[in-house]
Design a protein around this ligand. Structure first.
Ligand code: OSB
Ligand code: MG
Length: 369
């Protein structure tokens, strides 16, 4: 497929409010927007979900820069890409760095769909016209604050509430939440804050009727989660541990989890995300689309992926206004009654607000293919 240029743009945007997880707190977001261009004025966009610190996984904004600039762009230049699926194979010699790979691969997918004049969702094989979403709530200074935030989002219509937990902010807090909201779908995300020594403590969560507990144990573990899952009735969902279809197969075969959170960036791109989705569909494993506090471009990719049929649980793609006063796409992503209407325009289906993009830019580099 024709492409002649890559633009690598570093952005800095402030979140509306700090977002706190078991690994730390974030309010300023720095990340890359990638752009792949063709001779006809076509522009495909991708977004990297790496943070400035290696808190969630090993990758950072700086490692993204190094790997994209010094390796991945060369591979795009030296190889023939007939279809976006080829990008995953072309990037294979580079070990790891899934978020860097995904940032470029996503832009190639968007450009491909625009060249074909079809929505990205359709290019991926998705069929849903509306997708269900929930909201992820960070660790709050106190319980009252958490209860009020939940109440607000339930009134907005979100389909399920995810609550970040860590030792000292878990069972007692969730018990209170359950008491105030006896019927709402609730899940907890530990971001790998526990070990097998906490097994008796984690078992207490079984009485709270949670949809799932996300990534309770180490970020790189698949084996210990199998032992934990065998002692819990609450389904475990893996996030951090899953980087590929191969990881997914191991987790499913070892019964380390019952549910998989698919994040495009964490698994190296849309093609690998689709492969994981297809495998989970065959195996009867439920999946949902996770979030990384993305701006509009990343959100648009999440929405397109979620149109695939095995995304049977609400994702973390909340509306733009949850985190941003101004997004980089128009229209912004809006959520109504917990649903997002999938755009029907070509590619990611939203326009890029070039003025906003420019105003948040810290640097722009151009590379020729
Ligand atoms: O573990 O899902 C996670 C945010 C940053 C890093 C990791 C995670 C999250 C979220 C927020 O839960 C999801 C979102 O709203 O984008
Ligand atoms: Mg998570």
């Amino acid at each position: 497929m024709p492409m002649n240029q890559v633009r690598l743009r570093r952005l800095r945007m402030m979140l509306n409010h700090p977002f706190t997880t078991s690994f730390g707190s974030l309010q300023e977001k720095e990340f890359f927007i990638t752009e792949v261009l063709d001779d006809n004025g076509g522009r495909g966009f991708g977004e990297s979900v790496a943070f400035t610190s290696p808190w969630y996984s090993e990758e950072t904004v700086e490692t993204n820069h190094h790997v994209i600039k010094d390796f991945l762009i060369d591979l795009l230049r030296e190889n023939t890409i007939n279809h976006p699926d080829d990008v995953t194979d072309v990037f294979k010699p580079i070990k790891g760095h899934p978020m860097a790979k995904s940032a470029l691969e996503g832009a190639v997918w968007d450009l491909y769909a625009k060249q074909k004049d079809i929505p990205l969702a359709e290019a991926l094989g998705g069929t849903k016209q509306n997708i269900e979403v929930g909201v992820s709530i960070g660790i709050k200074p106190n319980k009252n604050d958490l209860l009020q935030t939940i109440d607000h989002h339930i009134r907005e219509g979100y389909k399920r509430i995810k609550i970040k937990i860590k030792p000292g902010w878990d069972y007692e807090v969730l018990k209170d939440v359950r008491k105030h909201f006896p019927d709402i779908p609730i899940m907890a995300d530990a971001n790998s804050a526990y070990t097998l020594e906490d097994i008796d403590h984690l078992k207490k969560l079984d009485e709270l009727n949670l949809m799932m507990i996300e990534q309770p144990l180490a970020h790189d573990d698949i084996v210990d989660h199998a032992q934990l899952q065998a002692s819990l009735t609450t389904p475990i969902c893996l996030d951090e541990s899953i980087h590929s279809l191969a990881d997914t197969r191991k987790a499913v075969e070892l019964e380390s989890c019952e549910i998989i959170n698919i994040k495009i960036g964490r698994v190296g791109g849309l093609t690998e995300a689709k492969r994981i989705h297809n495998y989970c569909r065959e195996q009867g494993i439920q999946v949902w689309c996770g979030g990384m506090l993305e701006a509009g471009v990343g959100r648009a990719h999440n929405i397109a992926l979620t149109t695939l049929p095995q995304f049977v649980l609400p994702g973390d793609t909340a509306g733009s206004s949850l985190y941003w006063n101004q997004d980089i796409i128009t229209p912004e992503v809006t959520v109504s009654n917990g649903m997002i209407t999938v755009p029907d325009k070509p590619g990611i289906g939203y326009f890029i607000d070039d003025d906003a993009l420019e105003s948040f830019s810290v640097s722009v580099e151009t590379f020729y293919l």
